[in-house]
Design a protein around this ligand. Structure first.
Ligand SMILES: Cc1cc2nc3c(=O)[nH]c(=O)nc-3n(C[C@H](O)[C@H](O)[C@H](O)COP(=O)(O)O)c2cc1C
Length: 308
């Protein structure tokens, strides 16, 4: 040991070596990043979304930089479940870190089929159920915003799949506590939040939308205060662990989420700026605990000094 505090965390049945994951869609399936950083040091990898069949995604342009953030409308481009298992999962399995597969679908049965299939595979530690992609027109949005639909989806997923289920929530709702509670009642083991915030940008020269899909999802530092607020609200409403994300660029940003109630965090857009960000966040959290004389990371979770 190098004298840094023990950063291991338990999210129910899912145990992580440290509380810092990489967020879905910002780290591919790890292949490109493996050449840049040591993946074994990460708390976990949340893969890019996997759908039953291959998906081409949305027309370009799919990414636009905006002040303090990134606008994307990728549209869940991926090679489909079978290619994922054969080529991507076999690669990810080699690393000593938790592999969390982000799954998406157009209807309930898609999710059930993917979950059933993945629960038979070695090397999958948990599923992150993406019910909240703002860039998919067929079904994606109502899945993420209707508490009844969420409750039933989670309940049925639990019946077919023994893996820990992480429900990824969208911020594009009036009351995120309602959807969080529905996911918990359905049997979700963990919640992750937030996905991107619905947004759009216009090119005033051409008078066209800057994204091929017209609207997309905003990520990066611009959304962090929204995400921190939502983690705080949800942590007061449910009893299952939360993975917080949205605009984490450095350790202090991650600590905001933890103090507000997140048991772990995920680094997303920052990976595009500096692939070493997750490692720097891990080191920074360790240093903070040491400097403050806090010996357990768990005692920092939800330690915000206010009256509920
Ligand atoms: C380019 C891009 C692709 C993304 N793809 C996915 C995805 O496939 N599934 C998913 O659940 N979230 C996806 N997200 C959302 C992120 O996982 C994360 O929830 C969001 O970007 C907020 O975190 P950040 O501000 O740190 O990026 C994507 C985000 C970006 C920027």
């Amino acid at each position: 040991m190098n004298g840094l505090p023990d950063l291991r965390v338990k999210l129910g049945k899912l145990e992580l070596k440290n509380p810092v994951l990489v967020a879905s869609g910002t780290f591919g399936y790890g292949e490109e990043y493996a050449e840049l950083i040591d993946l074994n040091k990460l708390g976990g990898i949340m893969t890019k979304a996997v759908t039953l069949r291959p998906k081409e995604g949305n027309p370009p342009p799919r990414l636009v930089e905006v002040p303090c953030g990134l606008l994307n409308a990728i549209g869940l481009e991926n090679p489909g479940l079978e290619v994922f298992i054969r080529e991507k999962l076999s690669f990810l399995r080699k690393f000593d870190t938790k592999i969390i597969v982000n799954i998406a679908g157009e209807k309930e049965d898609d999710y059930l089929q993917i979950a059933k299939r993945l629960s038979k595979e070695n090397g999958v530690d948990a599923l992150e159920v993406n019910i909240s992609c703002p860039n998919v027109k067929e079904g994606g949005l109502s899945f993420g915003t209707d508490p009844k639909v969420i409750y039933l989806l989670v309940k049925r997923l639990k019946e077919v799949c023994g893996l820990p289920l992480i429900l990824k929530l969208t911020p594009n709702v009036t009351d995120i506590k309602e959807v969080a509670k529905a996911a918990e009642e359905g049997g979700a083991d963990i919640l992750s939040l937030v996905n991107t915030v619905l947004a759009m940008a216009v090119d005033v020269d051409t008078q066209r939308p800057k994204l091929g899909n017209i609207v997309g999802g905003l990520s990066g530092p611009a959304i962090r205060p929204i995400a921190v607020r939502m983690v705080w609200e949800v942590s007061g409403a449910v009893n299952i662990p939360i993975i917080g994300m949205g605009g984490i660029m450095k350790a202090e940003d991650a600590l905001e989420f933890v103090i507000a109630g997140a048991s772990a965090v995920a680094v997303g857009t920052a990976n595009f700026v500096d692939p070493r960000t997750p490692l720097k966040v891990i080191e920074g959290i360790g240093r903070y605990l040491k400097d403050k004389g806090i010996d357990s990371f768990a005692s920092l979770v939800g330690s915000l000094k206010v009256q509920r």
